[in-house]
Design a binder for this molecule. Sequence first.
Ligand SMILES: Cc1ncc(C[n+]2csc(CCOP(=O)(O)OP(=O)(O)O)c2C)c(N)n1
Length: 619
Amino acid sequence: MTSQTRSQPLASDTGDGGSNPKTGQPEILPLMGNEAIARGAWEAGVKVTAAYPGTPSTEIMESLGKYPAQDLQAEWATNEKVALDVAIGASFAGARAMTSMKHVGLNVAADALMSQTYIGVNGGLVLVVCDDPGIHSSQNEQDTRIYGHLAMVPILEPADAQEALDFTRLAFDLSESFDTPVIVRGTTRLSHTRSLVQTGERVEKDSRGFDENPQKNVMIPGHARLRHSALFRREEQLKQYLEQSELIRWEPGSEPVGIVTLCTAYTYVKELLPQAHVLKLGASYPLPANRLREFCAAVERVIVIEELEPIVENEMKLMGLKVEGKSLFPREGEFSPDVIRAGLEQAGLLPASKPKPEPAVQAMPRPPLLCAGCPHTGAYMALRALNARVSGDIGCYTLAAVEPLKAIDTTVAMGSSIANATGMALAGSETRPIVATIGDSTFLHAGIPPLINAVYNRVNITVVLLDNHITAMTGGQDHPGTGRNLRGEAVHKVDYEALIRSIGITWIKKIDAYNMGNVFQYLREATLYPGVAVVIMDRPCVLDPVKIKGSPFRVDAEACTGCQTCMNLGCPALSWSDELFEGHHKVKIDEAACIGCSLCAQVSATNCIKPVEAFETHG
Ligand SMILES: Cc1ncc(C[n+]2csc(CCOP(=O)(O)OP(=O)(O)O)c2C)c(N)n1
């Protein structure tokens, strides 16, 4: 086996890299992993791209939307399955296509992937899936490599932004050469780390045209049986390719220990154990058995260092190879140099390090809160007052589950709230009013089928549609309810009221989320209605460019009794005063943070909160 050091950009038939497409000059750019993935796709001549936002993958589609529209189509889709199906359609039509998503997005898209893997591709088809080890911004921690195994599709594993570009570009070639969708797997650390990247030229790919081949394109049982066998042949061919490929790289060391590693863990290993032999895997499925055997035979001890699940370790063990792995490194959480160092120390490969001294000053813990003036606040305050049993959903509003609002009882996955509420109602044991709360983007993603189902099965629930006119949780992306597309063009805006009426709901009220009187009144009425009632809370997100910023509010310290009612909103602009007034603390408002939503003034029991102008004296 030949051994190499740091990789050059990998050879691909889509340009040899290195020059600015406009000037023809070589260009090195500081790119974030996600930007590099977008660049790799653009260089590969991708024509159609579609995605639904989700941290850490969101910026891939945001970057693609900045490339010229004559080069590529870039769209926000309503959910990840729709996005994958759009990309599949483009591949059928003979164009190169890509979709990107966070790890849980693949749960939504998996149904299409599991059939498409049988069909293969016409134009190259790439799925970029970004895992979130450490659960920085997700509802769970899952390893996409297991999906790769299940679908028997190759998984490429970039370790840095340069490889993110190179591997994405290569993925299209592999997809077409081996007639397979290809997964490029990222992680939060790869997605959001910026480094210098050698960029290349775009290569225009002529459409291959539609391939009229029903046996391959139409998955009925008779065809699927034949195509299933094709997967095993394809796996064999991919293994043979990887036996030779630069994607698998042996970096020789001076000590008899060998580390098999991949993704960002590779960079930590190189820093901490530069003297070890390293087998860097640029692909984690399928694995080239001969190269692994050769590596293991050349060293005395082999350790597999992989984030999350022991996928490579277990496969190597199945090959009869003696390796260590998860006995030294955790199976959960994000890897860091400290985590890898601890494992290498436990393995006796590094001397025990001294415990780190405690920092002299501890950072103040800051739990996440809804923003000052967040229009979701009032609904949850009212739902708590109504003693509702609330099934929540995924979005900024999930923060209403914690103190001080503490108004959400369950949260599962995107779009689960309405069907969860339906199940609670069918169980028949709940004495409180049952309410599902769901954001606008989440409603369009996966909330419509469960709403139809609730009407169809005649349950008694209230649905609160929290319409803040944006996908706030992931940074403010447009969706079909905002009336703008990814490129900022005006498009048809979904009419929620008409849509909801069309499925047979007659009790429906649209109200201003800042009008607390209406919020209390209509939520109460909705919960008393015997059937499916929908309340649409209508107010733009405070971070939306079209937000309404009124004049800030101030507390009249003399009138404040410290009753705490306003504090129950959890507004970050409200705090207790440091100084004591007549023996107790009063509420104060940070006027720079206050956006003038007036919710605190409306709920105040003592009428002590007023706009700042009310305090101004005129001489
Ligand atoms: C299957 C899946 N896709 C994407 C995400 C990422 N994500 C979390 S919440 C959310 C949408 C939030 O928007 P919305 O429902 O409008 O509520 P908001 O945050 O605006 O209050 C997204 C895209 C996810 N958690 N799961």
